[in-house]
Design a protein around this ligand. Structure first.
Ligand code: CO
Length: 143
């Protein structure tokens, strides 16, 4: 069911500093920040040859990420995102297998593609995002 690792998401307390670290010290291509009000986060994609890193920072007053950063003041790994070909088929299959999908319906994620999250308790303690791969999906071009 799952395909490529689309990204690893890291919550950071200081977005500008994290961007500078990846861009200026690690020499990665770092995209501009992008606000996702529906998720209460600002995201920055760091482009790597084989996957992406998604830097996450709270956006707005009621961001769910604020609680995460309160528990992890230095930041921390927040979730991993796997690609699936068909998000609705994936959701149906997972629910049939009794695996808890957190979102009743897919939302549009950071790449403009439908995403859902799976409960960490079923996934080795790691929050897992599934993203429907775009037809012209290419990690290298960042689409
Ligand atoms: Co993500």
């Amino acid at each position: 069911m799952i395909g490529r690792l689309n990204h690893v998401a890291i919550a950071v307390p200081d977005l500008a500093q994290a961007m500078a670290t990846y861009r200026d010290i690690l020499g990665a291509q770092v995209d501009a920040p992008h606000d996702l009000p529906e998720f209460g986060v600002t995201v920055v994609f760091v482009r790597l040859p084989n996957t992406n890193v998604e830097l996450l920072h709270p956006f707005g007053e009621k961001s769910p990420l604020s609680r995460f950063l309160q528990r992890n003041p230095a930041g921390g790994m927040h979730h991993v995102c796997y690609e699936v070909a068909d998000i609705r088929a994936a959701i149906d299959q997972l629910r049939q297998q009794g695996l808890e999908v957190l979102d009743p319906e897919p939302k549009i994620g950071a790449h403009g593609q439908p995403v859902v999250f799976l409960h960490p308790k079923a996934m080795g303690g790691v929050l897992v995002e599934l993203e429907q791969a775009s037809r012209d999906s290419s990690i290298l071009t960042g689409s």
